[in-house]
Design a protein around this ligand. Structure first.
Ligand code: FMN
Length: 142
């Protein structure tokens, strides 16, 4: 199973989460800012932050240029202070390309100014790793 993890990070939280998952699952971690070309990916973890209630426009531009048929399934993992915001535009764009996006989206608390101080902490990151591992294992078995 060809599995990759891609992230877009402004302040480092999504990068940290993505790197820890990649280490644990022994998969490649890709930074969307490097514009990596995706091909023949069975499972793609998509890790990104929320800024003003939305995903960053540069991340959305990157998602736009993913070739149709290059990715089969995707799992969203989202970093935000509210612990409520989701990567809705990313989901819509991936689904419009025919990619199956898991309904289940992992939310990891981040921090911004005084909000969410100390997050993501060790436990938040471990929860993200556990979520990714569980989904990875069930996909590998199916
Ligand atoms: C400019 C800016 C705007 C933000 N707006 C929101 C927001 O609307 N809702 C929210 O829950 N978090 C918001 N946050 C918090 C980030 O989503 C959170 O810190 C996240 O972990 C950032 O991910 P990153 O470090 O990978 O960039 C904002 C952060 C920044 C820097």
């Amino acid at each position: 199973m060809n599995t990759k993890i891609i992230y877009f990070s402004k302040t480092g939280h999504s990068k940290k989460i993505a790197q820890r998952i990649a280490e644990d699952l022994k998969i490649d971690v890709l930074n969307a800012k490097d514009q990596p070309k995706l091909q023949d990916v069975d499972l793609l973890f998509v890790v990104g932050g929320i800024y003003g209630g939305k995903s960053d426009p540069k991340f959305l531009e990157y998602i736009d240029q993913i070739d149709e048929g290059a990715v089969k399934k995707a799992i969203l993992m989202t970093s935000c202070t509210s612990n409520k915001s989701t990567q809705d535009q990313v989901r819509q764009k991936l689904e419009a390309k025919g990619i199956t996006v898991f309904k289940d989206e992992f939310l990891c608390r981040g921090n911004f100014l005084i909000f969410g101080w100390g997050h993501p902490n060790k436990e938040d990151i471990q929860n993200a790793v556990d979520f990714a591992k569980e989904h990875y294992n069930s996909e590998a078995e199916s």
